[in-house]
Every structure is written in structure tokens, then in C-alpha cells.
Design a protein around this ligand. Structure first.
Ligand code: ZN
Length: 51
């Protein structure tokens, strides 16, 4: 069987946390989607000075 690697830290993934190696890495990945720890490149300039 091939061992999947954690997409976050490249360690072998754990059965309980597939495809990640740990809960922490899973949360890191989630955080990226929610923009907590991941700075998105702003493709459109945000000019909201009307607030
Ligand atoms: Zn990991």
C-alpha cells in the first residue's frame, strides 16, 4: 500500500486524519481556506471607502 503524504508538511498521513498527518495540519488547511493564515492575493482592488 502506498502511504499518502500530508499536503501540509509532507509527512505520512495518519489514518485518523486523512489526508493529513494530524489534526493540526487539518486545521492549518482549513485555516487557509478561511483566510486565517493565508494571505490571498487580491486580484481585484478593494476600494470600499463608502463605509
Ligand atoms: Zn502534516
Amino acid at each position: 500500500m502506498k502511504t499518502a503524504l500530508c499536503p501540509i508538511c509532507r509527512k505520512p498521513s495518519a489514518e485518523d486524519h486523512k489526508p493529513f498527518c494530524s489534526r493540526r495540519c487539518r486545521e492549518v488547511d482549513l485555516g487557509r481556506w478561511f483566510g486565517e493564515d493565508y494571505k490571498l492575493s487580491t486580484e481585484e482592488p478593494l476600494t470600499n471607502d463608502g463605509e
